[in-house]
Write a protein that binds this ligand. Structure first.
Ligand code: SF4
Ligand code: SF4
Length: 173
């Protein structure tokens, strides 16, 4: 499992507590990191601020007990299946949810992992920063965000959050 973020729940909470009132907060949360954080999750979902999107990628069922934690704190969430190698199979479902608010659990098909890498087309990128907010270690900021294809596992999450269509998939030869 890729550890996308050091502690994204704390980051979301810090912004919400500070009365954050700008664009949507986006965080990708490692499901393993949810297992001992019931109080944080409860506080996030009980905030009156709903301008956040928490994406929980499940890869190969690792730490899927996180769903029990969400249920225990009565968090509303949706689950979609996603195959980064065949995004059209579930693209509309995923986009509907990615463009909304709240918690989405993305069940990522392992069949395609490692078969693709993702890359940013500079001229389509308007530097909005959404892909940086998912805190994937393969995405770094230069003048604009760039993806280190050697570090990319091909999960496709960055492509889902890029509403400009600037992130493309490349088959690994
Ligand atoms: S989300 Fe897309 S448009 Fe925004 S910075 Fe990333 S690549 Fe550029
Ligand atoms: S597909 Fe995107 S989010 Fe996933 S590892 Fe590669 S750069 Fe990171």
């Amino acid at each position: 499992m890729v550890d996308f973020v050091v502690n994204p729940l704390m980051s979301i909470l810090a912004f919400l507590r500070a009365g954050y009132g700008y664009g949507r907060l986006i965080a990708v949360v490692n499901p393993c990191s949810l297992l001992n954080q019931e109080d944080l999750i409860r506080e996030i979902i009980n905030t009156t601020h709903d301008n956040y999107l928490m994406i929980i990628p499940l890869i190969n069922g690792e730490c899927n007990e996180a769903l029990n934690v969400l249920s225990k704190v009565s968090a509303q969430y949706k689950v979609v299946n996603y195959d980064p190698g065949n995004p059209l199979s579930s693209l509309q479902d995923v986009l509907d949810i990615v463009n909304s608010r709240g918690i989405i659990v993305i069940n990522i098909s392992v069949n395609s992992l490692g078969k693709y890498v993702f890359s940013i087309v500079d001229e389509y990128c308007d530097n909005c920063g959404d892909c940086l907010r998912i805190n994937c270690p393969a995405i770094q900021l230069n003048r604009k965000p760039v993806i280190d294809t050697k570090a990319c596992i091909g999960c496709g999450i960055c492509q889902l959050v890029c509403s400009r269509g600037a992130i493309i998939r490349i088959k690994v030869s």
